[in-house]
Design a protein around this ligand. Structure first.
Ligand code: NAI
Ligand code: MG
Length: 289
């Protein structure tokens, strides 16, 4: 079972100095609850998130009602902000932690039906909620977001929002509006955010992303004409956007996150689809050069 405290996952140090999410057995969690004088029924709030390769059911539980420091001491770990966790987790568990947090958040904010205003009840697995008066079933939702790496054939566009960690740039992204196709949303976002006209689009891959409230990220590559590359950056959305050369991007991919002064350019963590798009682009550029 993965534990969260107010939606922050519990991480533990490994012997190799890396981090992994703490995975506790059901009886481990039960003894934490007993030791802290908590009601054992809290366990019923756990949500099914998957099945391990050893065919073990995997759950997550938010223990936000317990004292954070007391739980951390008992299980020898720390509850870490999810964005920060993504820079610390190296293993394959990051998507599972993201899924767990997204489902827990959904339950925490879906206690009442938006149609009737009446309380909702969850099913046993935690995959849906039912309105107590109308019987209407609601399911967790994701917002479609297009994310795109724009290239002019030799360089790519990366942008940064003011809220990003210092020095970090990423691919352009934006929410799909109601009624839009993926391609329409992509062309609109690129035009709005950096003033470029997209000539062609190719789909790469997708991922669930827990921010800001569960996005379904649709990752694409796009090309623009090398004759029309002037950027007009929408400063209300982006603090900065620039063209970067293959060499600059390749060097940034080698940068390891560390404390102290950030390097001039660093990129989203490996688990982020932006990282995948950027890596794919460097591979493509190396094969054509
Ligand atoms: N996994 C990854 O590699 C990356 C993921 N992202 C995610 O993509 C998301 C979208 O990118 P942005 O540039 O912020 O989008 P954006 O360019 O559409 O701008 C955000 C604004 O769109 C509006 N908006 C429209 N529909 C919305 C909705 N359903 N939910 C929230 N706001 C909505 C709000 O006014 C919001 O301030 C981000 O929240 C971020 O978490 C962004 C970059 C990399
Ligand atoms: Mg955007």
């Amino acid at each position: 079972m993965f534990l969260f405290h107010r939606l922050n996952p519990l991480l533990q140090n490994t012997e190799r100095g890396t981090f992994r999410p703490a995975t506790l057995t059901c009886s481990d969690v039960q003894s934490v609850l007993e030791n802290l004088g908590a009601d054992g029924s809290l366990l019923k709030e756990s949500v099914l998130i998957g099945c391990s390769e050893q065919n073990q059911a995997e759950f997550c539980l938010d223990v936000g009602r317990l004292d954070q420091a007391a739980v951390e001491e008992m299980v020898t770990g720390s509850f870490v902000d999810l964005r920060k966790s993504f820079f610390l987790l190296s293993g394959a568990e990051a998507p599972l932690v993201a899924k767990g947090q997204a489902l827990l958040r959904w339950h925490q904010t879906s206690g009442f039906s938006s149609a009737t205003g009446q309380p909702t009840r969850r099913n046993q697995a935690g995959s849906q909620r039912v309105c107590s008066s109308s019987g209407i079933i609601s399911y967790p939702t994701m917002c479609p977001v297009v994310i795109v790496l724009v290239s002019d054939g030799t360089r790519c566009v990366l942008g940064r929002q003011a809220a990003f960690p210092r020095g970090m740039y990423s691919a352009l992204a934006g929410f799909c509006d109601m009624g839009e196709s993926l391609e329409e949303a992509l062309c609109r976002e690129v035009a709005e955010e950096v003033g470029l006209e997209v000539l062609s689009v190719s789909y790469s891959s997708s991922q669930h992303w827990p921010f800001p409230h569960s996005s379904f990220m649709l990752g694409c590559h796009a090309s623009v004409s090398p004759a029309h590359t002037q950027l007009i950056v929408d400063r209300s959305e982006l603090e900065d956007a620039r063209w970067f050369s293959l060499q600059e991007v390749m060097s940034a991919l080698q940068v390891k996150p560390r404390r102290g002064d950030p390097p001039p350019l660093w990129l989203p963590p490996k688990h982020a689809i932006a990282h995948r798009l950027i890596t794919e682009w460097t591979q493509l550029m190396q094969t054509v050069s």
